[in-house]
Design a protein around this ligand. Sequence first.
Ligand code: GLA
Length: 499
Amino acid sequence: MKRWTIAATLTAVLLSASSPAAPPVGGWAVVKAPEFPGFTRVIVKRDRNAWNVTLTSTWYGDQAMQDVRADGNRLLFKFYNGNPRLVPSDIVLERSGKGIHIKGKLWDQEFDVAALPASVKKLKALDFRTTTLPPKRVVAQPDLAPTPPMGWSSWNKFATDISDKTIREIADALVKSGLRDAGYIHVNIDDGWQGKRDAGGRLQPNANFPDMKALADHLHARGLKLGIYTSPGPKSCAGYQGSYGHVQEDARTFAEWGIDYLKYDLCSGEAFYHTADTVYGTYQEMGEALAATGRPIVYSLCEYGRFDVGSWGRDVGGHLWRTTGDIEDNYDRMATIGFDKNGVPKHTGPNGWNDPDMLEVGNGGMTAAEYRTHISLWALLAAPLILGNDVRTMNAETLSLLTNEEVIAIDQDKRGAQGLPVKKDGKIEIWTKSLADGAVAVGVFNRDAGEYTVAVDWAEIGLPKVSKLRDLWAHNDLAATPSEVTVPAHGVRLLKVWR
Ligand code: GLA
């Protein structure tokens, strides 16, 4: 937290009022700000020749502005929120009547916020209470994910339009459709369940989730597990309550509810934690908090692959870690992630998995061939298989894509190796994955928009002697080792090959 002395500020406020030709110095309370970024307070100081501006917000706490410059009687500066993709633009601070205005843009949010001079007491009341991270430690990793986690999550299809009712219906559909028995047992509530904190600081679900414990009991009685979502920042990505300052307490609450899986999504936490050490520290903090509850909880790290997360995800107690930003229900984005942003292969393996994000199968944005590519690629990668569609209303084709046992077996292979590309030739990629039984899964992918007949040189891809081949989507054994295979547009031929 940046300190400013009350006396200095008061003097400065008086001084600034008397010299309107220079930028104002002092402290102001924001009258009304857009929900994002939720500005509450502005402090301007002048130390010798340098201007310092601190903006306090409900999303990012106290942030010192970057690149602060005087321009006549205005100040210009940039807000850096810790996100490497943000290109900060100039924010302008200028006098307005008795107070000031700050005008600018953060992400897509434009703002023109008025702030008025306030008493020291009032400014103090707007303090953002910062917390410190624990000293760096390695957290014991509970043995909860010997194979990549499988389940369902609300985000891809429902975003924040979720309720207890939806989740119960999804659970029932998972059971009835056979998806649970195919292995999809985690039912994960993503962003949008959170309500407010009560007077004691305990996080409450919002009105759509009247009783989390009862919901967990309902799922457990059906052989399913309940997952939940929070952020190390003050706000989740969709603007709900985060766990900043309440990490241990929230972990205890989740354990009391009977939660079995936590997705911890950096979101607004990136403004506080944007170095390798602090990102490790914040994920360590929750890893320790989960461990302290004594409840087995699968720990899913979501920080978009920053700071080579696979190299330390296990050390904070994590079982899976996102390797990328968000997937979308279209071939290009899915393929970019699956082929090219799938994490460092050596980090994946039993109990700790590279996570290229949840599935989009059944959401309607891709062809059946493209969805087959999506599942096949995730299976070869040993990626978590977290469904993202409305399993209550899916059609037979979607169900059959999701319940192909032979493909699921490739994903869930006990060896836990991440498949690798062994040949890339223009739009054609051949991937292989070594399996626990000594066989090899082979994916021949066509990234082009037209059908291809691909010549396969088995020796060249490390399989000089093939004794048996099986097509895992056609569900048949191949009579002879083919020298070429036909692959549909954006499609795949997924084979299991015995040497
Ligand atoms: C981020 C995550 C998504 C999802 C949303 C929820 O974008 O990467 O998977 O959890 O937040 O707001």
